[in-house]
Design a protein around this ligand. Structure first.
Ligand code: DQA
Length: 147
């Protein structure tokens, strides 16, 4: 199975910005953990980060007929990007929305995700583990479907 991980805006500053909320691990550390867990689970993983909405949409489009699952942390775009939502819907690939922080314990504008309705589900609040839990989901689903 092949999974695309997408980190959205400002996630390249993870480990630098708002450490009390997002933790001290940098994005490279998080990516190392994702890669290591994916390897253990037998998942091929591609990882991309972009601060721009159009680029994120291009990455989602590039998933079409290429990957079996998408894990996306769209950062603040989560809360208002109908364009990213439409892109996820367009490619029709199971997508798991993840967040480092628990968006429901934060400012009210973070409580709404416009992506959730087109995603399989959402994992929020577990720091880097949010991504690993999403990988776990794809692995379990894949083994259930393929014996
Ligand atoms: C985030 C939560 C968003 O509200 C915020 O804009 C981010 C990061 C998270 O991973 O917790 O940039 O997606």
């Amino acid at each position: 199975m092949h999974v695309q991980v997408i980190h959205g805006p400002n996630l390249n500053f993870t480990g630098i910005r708002e450490k009390d909320i997002y933790g001290i691990a940098g994005l490279e550390d998080i990516n190392r953990r994702i890669t290591a867990r994916a390897k253990e689970l037998g998942i091929i993983v591609d990882i991309a980060q972009s601060n721009s909405e159009g680029e994120i949409i291009d990455i989602i489009h590039s998933c079409y007929k290429r990957v079996d699952g998408i894990i996306i942390n769209a950062g603040a775009y989560t809360h208002y990007s109908y364009a990213i939502r439409d892109a996820i819907k367009s490619v029709d690939i199971p997508c798991v929305e993840v967040h480092l922080s628990n968006i429901y314990s934060r400012e009210e504008f973070r409580h709404k995700s416009v992506l959730s309705p087109v995603c399989v589900g959402q994992i929020a609040g577990f720091g880097a583990y949010s991504y690993l839990l999403a990988l776990e989901y794809f692995s379990l689903k894949w083994s259930d479907q393929n014996g």
